[in-house]
Design a protein around this ligand. Structure first.
Ligand code: EPU
Length: 303
């Protein structure tokens, strides 16, 4: 979608919003798949409500992009614009055991920054790509921990009221790869309470998790992490592997040889290729195990 309304284009700089015309989402998602549309980069995060009102009033559809690491976007000309928060400087403020983190902050960098200040707990999240806001909204987790356990306060744009609100930890439900945020809520900042630990101890934990991840996941290939959620008490990766589906291909979309719940883009995969592969694998697992796998990856179809 191309923004052409001169009144809207003139209003954007006043809100400290940068307009990138015809941005390719291929370049902004870890899968390297996606069509093009106009991108609005929000430098001043509290201008989000005014920006959304502007878009609503002009009848412009939009979607909100975090780090793009858990996302499968449709190809071609996309019928909505994309909003994204620009990185802030600094992205993390520390107050004792509290880390106040901007939603656009890189998750890995945040874990390392906190570690250097003797705040641990998030070692398992090292190597999880994406932003802190994205990790929070889906309650990212690995190696026995999840980010929601540390969230004490969340500042967010609540779409239902069009306002920025602050929720305390008790107001939010964090479950396995799921939270009680509404789908159109937008994370702005989080206050994490982290346990004190000496840097060297945290570093050791980080090294162990890094090593486990390197040996079991295809980190140097384009992917969206795990495609499916694990069904209760089972591993989607193991089930797909047991069916011999590693290396199954549709076009350039391929089930990873290293971890069967990672589907990688070998080069020029389209969203159709990836959706085809997801459908085939889901059907095979359903047929063999009677289990309907649920997507962990978020789909942005062109509609
Ligand atoms: N396994 C296989 N073949 C495979 C993959 C896994 O046999 O191709 C086996 C493993 O040997 C292991 C079991 O399945 O015995 C579980 O595998 P793994 O430890 O890799 O964990 P997972 O359940 O596949 C989950 C998360 C990952 C997270 C890891 C480590 C989900 C859907 N996946 O994977 O998160 O990194 O644990 O904690 O919850 C993600 O969410 O995108 C993600 C990658």
């Amino acid at each position: 979608m191309k923004l052409t309304d001169p009144k809207m284009l003139a209003a954007l700089p006043e809100l400290d919003v940068e307009h990138v015309s015809g941005a390719s989402l291929k370049d902004r998602t870890s899968l390297g798949i996606g069509g093009s549309t106009d991108l609005l980069l929000i430098r001043r995060h509290n201008s989000l409500p005014a920006l959304i009102t502007l878009l609503h009033d002009a009848g412009v559809a939009f979607r909100f992009l975090g780090g793009g690491s858990n996302l499968l976007v449709s190809d071609g000309d996309l019928p909505w614009v994309v909003l994204q928060l620009e990185r802030q400087d600094p992205e993390v403020l520390l107050e004792g055991n509290m880390a106040i983190v901007d939603a656009a902050a890189d998750l890995g960098r945040t874990v390392t920054f906190c570690a250097k200040h003797d705040l641990g707990g998030m070692e398992g999240l090292i190597g999880v790509p994406g932003t802190v806001g994205g990790a929070l909204r889906m309650n990212a987790g690995a190696y026995g921990m999840q980010i929601g356990s540390y969230a004490r306060q969340v500042e967010m744009y609540r779409a239902a009221t069009g306002e920025i609100v602050t929720l305390t930890g008790g107001d939010i439900r964090f479950e396995y790869r799921h939270t009680s945020f509404a789908p159109d809520d937008i994370m702005l900042a989080v206050r994490l309470e982290l346990p004190s630990k000496p840097f060297r101890e945290i570093l050791q934990g980080i090294r162990i998790c890094n090593e486990k991840r390197r040996s079991s996941q295809p980190l140097n290939q384009k992917s969206a992490g795990c495609i499916f959620k694990n069904p209760p008490g089972a591993s989607a990766g193991r089930m797909i592997d047991e069916l011999g589906l590693k290396n199954l291909r549709v076009g350039d979309a391929c089930v990873s040889e290293r971890h069967a719940n990672f589907f990688v883009n070998l080069g020029e995969a389209t969203s159709g290729d990836m959706l085809g592969l997801i459908g085939q694998v889901r059907d095979r697992v359903q047929h063999a195990f009677g289990v309907e796998l649920e997507n962990e990856v978020i789909l942005w179809p062109a509609q």
